[in-house]
Design a protein around this ligand. Structure first.
Ligand SMILES: [Zn+2]
Ligand SMILES: [Zn+2]
Length: 218
């Protein structure tokens, strides 16, 4: 589930529970059970998980007296709502498994945004001699495979040896992308009349018989 910027802002804002004045916690809405009716209408909500909250504390007794079963209420707020409402909970642990790691969500969104910008830049990267978006996609293991494949296919045309080290040093989780990228590096080295020293991995002229970096025979 990818959150929109609006939802991220909502869960990052400070929302105070009116019953205890404590900062509420952002949660993912749990998956629906069949027959749950209308559902949540939002992938996230805020909830007061304070065990000393007056609403939560007094509701145990109310449920017991009115309905004769063990439950309580916590205060919850949906995005876009003017005010929150009580939500039934059967234990103090309810919803604690749905708490959102806001930092993690923010990072995920930023990564996705960068991927989007890089994909858009692929159209002009050859004309611009711009290696950056191509490398961003090739080295991003979370980017879409089709975008990474396309990025690999553009390496030869950009023909910039700056791609050599990052690709050689990257551990590709996606084996095929790793092969495509490394094969392109082989071709780019050849096009520049270069090779890699097998001893120190530095680039040397294809015809060199001694490495100018480590001094060993090639
Ligand atoms: Zn509260
Ligand atoms: Zn060497």
């Amino acid at each position: 589930m990818i959150l929109t910027d609006e939802l991220l802002e909502f869960i990052e804002e400070e929302h105070l529970c009116p019953h205890c004045n404590t900062r509420m916690t952002p949660c993912h809405t749990p998956p629906l059970h069949v027959g749950d009716g209308l559902g949540w209408g939002s992938p996230v909500f805020m909830i007061c998980l304070n065990n000393d909250c007056s609403l939560y504390k007094k509701s145990w007794q109310e449920f017991e007296e009115r309905y004769g079963h063990v439950a309580s209420c916590r205060y919850m707020l949906l995005p876009g709502a003017d005010k929150g409402e009580p939500i039934m909970v059967a234990s103090c642990d309810a919803y604690t498994g749905c708490i959102i790691d806001v930092e993690e969500e923010r990072r995920r969104n930023q990564r996705r945004q960068k991927e989007k910008e890089a994909v858009a830049a692929l159209d002009t990267c050859v004309a611009d001699g711009n290696l950056a978006p191509v490398m961003l996609l090739i080295l991003d293991e979370n980017a879409k495979v089709e975008h990474r494949e396309r990025a690999c296919s553009l390496l030869d045309r950009i023909n910039d040896i700056a791609c050599v080290d990052p690709i050689r040093n990257h551990v590709f989780r996606h084996t095929e992308i790793g092969q495509l990228a490394n094969m392109a590096v082989d071709r780019i080295l050849k096009a520049h009349n270069l090779k890699e020293c097998p001893h120190c991995a530095e680039l040397v002229k294809a015809k060199a018989s001694v490495c100018k970096h480590c001094g060993r025979d090639l």
